[in-house]
Design a protein around this ligand. Sequence first.
Ligand code: FES
Length: 123
Amino acid sequence: MSNSRVRAAASSEVLEGKLLRVEVGGRRVLLTRVNGKVHAVLDRCPHMGMSLAKGKLEGTTVTCPWHNSRFDICSGRNLDWASALLGMPMPKWTHGAIAMGKSPAPLTVLAAEESGGDIFLPA
Ligand code: FES
């Protein structure tokens, strides 16, 4: 194993349709598997830095449980921004206030590698 990557989990722990939260090198990371391939993102919503670990994952879309921003977990792309309070949908005119001046931003994607029954991330 090279020094430039760290083990994040066992392959068997990373399942289709599920989020697995791990701590790797002081970073909170979410892992999932889509069509057999492992994807990893920092567990930090770009809206207010909250955890997405309890968010809903549907297909490749993860919804932040705090204000319903939605992201593609493979690309990190932002799909919807700050439209709810604690998961309760709010009228569109309130969305600017919920966003609290923050502009839509993507999740930070990490390059996950799977080999020998383990998942590795860049160190
Ligand atoms: S912290 Fe995720 S949408 Fe606000």
